[in-house]
Write a protein that binds this ligand. Structure first.
Ligand code: ZN
Ligand code: ZN
Length: 380
């Protein structure tokens, strides 16, 4: 079995991994870079490719899906696909049919492509319905982690899943996003919810700026919202949450988004009376709504990565939106901390580790000098 990392060995985002045998070639993730650094020859990578598997719907993993020829089947989690479709219909309507051709899979559904077997394993991440892939061929096994974390609402299953369905592997291809970001223990999503609850009690009008597809974060705020208050969003966000409710409420009350109201000026009086939590996005009309409410009675929570606020990943749409607003930062990462990565390595006990989606692969070299490789090509 051959493994080739086309991109992503020394950067976060845009990772593209190829796994091939003599007769079959698959690609894991085909994403855009967060900021363009390393150009790739897409046609060459896709030449002879039998299928592309996406770990989740974040742009740095799925962003180049439109460039994949229709003759190559593409795969994403079933519910992730439905959420992605709502997003595409809103932001890129003319390409709806391209997104619609994505094949959905469910956890543990083995997919055979030529002589390669792929098993999707559910993981908790800031994208809903995200997966690791266990890849088996030529008597060897590879675990590709995608993006994952150990401090989410649904992270408890991580280690048991690996113990039960994976065990020892030959190669681990793992993300290491947080290894360069912070050494302190991350806030759990549950702790974040408690903190949100305390903050929201104090002010009557709460606005939350978070990703429209970070469903677990939205669930944290939804359940933190004091009783009797409205939970508001726009029509697009409601469509996303309806997909989640219809597909996932049966597993957990967390996704029971029953009482969500689309913001409308005609019914504003009710909101003023009872108070609310509103999911806002960096758009002019949402900013106008925020400005309607007196500063002393409102709370604006910024619940996304701090990197968008300054530095090389600064997002001007967001910083302009927040201009002259006093906001409170409340966020936790969608990525595994060092301890969680160590736990995964202990369970799957790989001969070889290939770090991707990280700016600190030295962490692996220092910790696992005999196991780590950073070359773009590896034969197992
Ligand atoms: Zn990513
Ligand atoms: Zn991601």
């Amino acid at each position: 079995m051959n493994i080739k990392i086309h991109r992503g060995l020394h950067q976060i985002g845009g990772a593209i991994t190829e796994v091939s045998t003599k007769t079959t070639k698959i690609i894991i993730d085909f994403g855009e870079e967060l900021s363009p650094k390393q150009p790739i020859d897409e046609a060459k990578i896709l030449n002879g490719c039998d299928a592309v598997f996406f770990t989740h719907y974040h742009g740095d993993h799925i962003g180049l899906y439109k460039h994949i020829p229709q003759t190559i089947p593409i795969y994403l989690g079933e519910i992730a696909k439905r959420i992605f479709m709502v997003l595409v219909e809103r932001t890129d309507r003319e390409n709806t049919s391209l997104a619609n051709r994505i094949n959905g899979f469910i956890p543990l559904q083995k997919i055979l492509v030529g002589d390669i077997e792929i098993t999707p394993l559910f993981v908790d991440h800031s994208a809903f319905d995200s997966y690791m892939f266990l890849i088996k061929a030529d008597g060897k096994s590879v675990l590709h982690t995608g993006d994952f974390r150990g401090h989410g609402f649904r992270s408890k299953g991580l280690i048991p899943t690996l113990q039960k369905h994976v065990g020892k592997v030959d190669v681990l291809i793992t993300e290491g996003t947080c290894l360069s970001r912070s050494e302190t223990e991350p806030l759990t999503e549950h702790e974040l919810q408690i903190e949100a609850k305390n903050l929201m009690k104090i002010k009557k009008y709460v606005f939350v700026l978070c990703s429209s597809t970070n469903i677990d974060r939205i669930a944290a705020f939804y359940h933190a919202n004091p009783q009797g208050r409205y939970f508001l969003c726009d029509a697009y966000q409601k469509d996303v949450l309806t997909v989640v409710k219809e597909n996932a409420a049966k597993w957990s009350n967390l996704y029971n988004f029953e009482k969500i109201i689309t913001y409308g000026e005609n019914i504003e009086d009710r909101f003023i009376d009872r108070g609310f939590c509103m999911l806002a996005r960096s758009r002019d009309d949402h900013r106008k709504i925020i400005d309607k409410y007196p500063k002393e009675e409102r709370l604006v929570i910024y619940s996304m990565w701090k990197g968008y606020l300054s530095g090389e990943s600064k997002n001007e749409t967001i910083t302009n939106f927040l201009d002259e607003i006093d906001y409170t930062y409340l966020h936790t990462s969608g990525h595994a901390d060092a301890k969680t990565i160590e736990k995964v390595i202990n369970v799957v006990n790989p001969e070889t580790i290939i770090p991707i989606h990280t700016e600190n692969s030295d962490w692996f070299n220092e910790k696992y000098p005999d196991r780590t490789v950073r070359e773009d090509f590896y034969m197992v």
